[in-house]
Structure formats: structure tokens, C-alpha cells
Design a protein around this ligand. Sequence first.
Ligand code: NAD
Length: 363
Amino acid sequence: MKRVPVEVEPRYEIFVGPGALARAGDLLEGRRRVAVVSQAGIAARYATELRGAIGAPTELFLMDDGEEAKSLATVEWLGRELARWGLLRDDAIVALGGGVVGDTAGFVAAVYHRGIAVAQVPTTLLAMVDAAIGGKTAVNLPEGKNLVGAFHHPIGVLADPETLSSLPEREFRSGLGEVAKYALLTDVVEDPTGLTGVLRLHAAEVLARDPVVLGEVVARCAAIKAAVVARDPLEQTGERATLNLGHTLGHALETAGAYDLTHGEAVAIGLVFAGALAGACERVGVDVVDRYQAVPQALGLPTEVPDGEALDPAELVALMRRDKKAAGGLTFVLPGPNGIERVDDPPEHALRYAFASVGIGVG
Ligand SMILES: NC(=O)c1ccc[n+]([C@@H]2O[C@H](COP(=O)([O-])OP(=O)(O)OC[C@H]3O[C@@H](n4cnc5c(N)ncnc54)[C@H](O)[C@@H]3O)[C@@H](O)[C@H]2O)c1
């Protein structure tokens, strides 16, 4: 079992490895009762094991699937269910599921009785390496994603890579885009023990969802996110923005929505774009540009937009300007001589080159 500390106040740990769910006993020891929040398909597979590990009486609360369920209506429904069950201030909630369950149950934990303890038990690759770590919780409004939320750190995170065996392929690939991002964020190619090296040597095992290799990869990604979160727990210094590597174009492609790309596939193309843009701005050499292509490719992710010649770069630029993190300008997170940095308004010729390198707007 790997243990990754998250040095925030109060400190907590991420347990990664087969059997991680059994740690729920220690983590929730002494609680009077524990509410397990999940979704039907996930609970059918993993709730019995999890509830069996928890010493206190538990009750299962099943929310619906999908982004639409990440809503204030679900928050009200769950809050009322918890009140009827008699959940009190010193009890706890466990979120068993992907980012949708984690964000919703995490937000309910942040506001129920003005804040009660929550443990995150992520069951998607994306939630294991990203959503379950860092204390950001939120639900959506019809006006936009994640508009109502709070910072509320979990008391612990339990990630068992064996649960990923039942994850639909599309969801697994979505998490792989974030894995590629973490590898490039800490890209030290000379170090074969670094994440880039592990992915290069063991891409086949990752794709076959080998739980031992996945455990190694998840723990490394979690450690990278944990370190960034510890330095910028409330997203105030700008450091957390480096986690948006590959996401500026990625989000615009998702919003443009024409090609049914998963989040991770869109991020993968965004990473190739970011590498090419950094190269065209003469921030990095061709070796780095090549690596921004090779890492997503090794994970079987797309490096070009399918039928990208039909996309208008000007339309994507307009979408990127509207990105909530861009504040009106055109902002990217790019590699450079001083590491990963925010870069505003890159020159037109560099943008043209980067778009062409992912097959956008070129016939
Ligand atoms: N809080 C954060 O810091 C943060 C960071 C990134 C993303 N997010 C949020 O995470 C959400 C996306 O999360 P996601 O990608 O995990 O999607 P998700 O939670 O919707 O899960 C995807 C699907 O897989 C199913 N599933 C989950 N685990 C399974 C398993 N082990 N076996 C079989 N099926 C399983 C779910 O029921 C669901 O149908 C978004 O709402 C996003 O905003 C939050």
C-alpha cells in the first residue's frame, strides 16, 4: 500500500493500492454512524466491501449518474435524507465513486451541519489522480459547471486500482489524459524512474489496467497534485493553474463538442498543442515538443483532432478567450526555461503553427 501525504491543514493521506477500501475501518474509527454516498452501478460492485470495513453503522445513499445529477436538487435531496437518518455533526460521509459523486457528496459534507467529515473513495482514474484530491467540491447550475462550491478537504482518500477493472473504456481513457498531463508537468526524461519513464516502459500494462502498475502511476500522479495543493491550498498563488496544462485548448474542443472527444482525449490534444506552441514561441527545444506528442501517443490517446481541417481556429480562439481562467485575454500554461508557466497572448504565427500541429484548420 502506498501512502501519499497531503500537507494541508488538517493533514491527510491518500492510500493507493489493492485492498485500500479496507482502510476505511481505521480512517473512520470512533464515528457514531457513516453515510456512504454512491451510484447504483458502483455500489453494486464495491459498497458491500466498503461498508464491511467500516466499524460504525452505515447507510447507503444512491444518487443519479451524470453531470445533471451534480446539482443543488441532489444536494437538497441528500441533505434531507441524511437529516432523516439522523446524521450529526461528528458523524461522517464517504463518497464512493467518480468525480460526480466526490464533488456532490464533498459539497454536502462542506455545508451539512456547517461542515462534517468526508472520506473520498475514488473509483475512476480521473477521480483517483485529480478530483478526490485537493478539497475542491462543487455542483453545477444551469448557468455553468461547478458554480456553487466550497473548499472542504477530505479526512483521507482510499484509491484501489482494482476497482478500475470495471470502469468503461471511455471513462478510463478520460483519466489517461490527466495522467499524461502529470507526466509532462514533471517531465525529467533522463530519470527512468520518473513518471514519463514509467509510462514509456510500462504503457502496455497501464492500458491493460494492471493493478500494480496502475497503483504506481496513480500514486505518482496523486503525489504531484498533493504537492501543488499543499503549496496553494486555496488557489490563491496561481500555482494550481499549472494543473491546467493542456486544458486551454482541451476545454475549447470539449465546448465546440463536434467530435465527441472525452475530457482526457481533448486534454491529450491540448498537450500536443501546448508543446508545439511552446516550441513556436522558442520557449523549449524540439526534444520537448516531441515529448508532448510522444507521451499521449504512448497511452493510445489522440494527438490530432479527427477531421480537424473543418474546425475554424478563430472560433476556438474565441472559446479560449471565454475560458473562466483567461480573464478576457488568451492565456496558456506552457513549458519553458523556468518550468511550467502562464503565458499570455502568444504571437499569431505561433498559434497558427500549434493549431496546424494538431491538424486544426489545415486541409
Ligand atoms: N474537485 C475537483 O478538483 C475535480 C477535478 C477534476 C474533475 N472534477 C469533476 O469530476 C467530474 C468527472 O468525474 P469522472 O470522470 O470520475 O466521471 P463520473 O463520476 O461521472 O464517472 C463516470 C461514470 O463511470 C461510472 N463509474 C465510476 N466508477 C466506476 C467503476 N469503478 N466501475 C464502473 N463504473 C464506474 C460512474 O457511475 C459514471 O457513470 C466532473 O463533474 C468534474 O467537474 C472535479
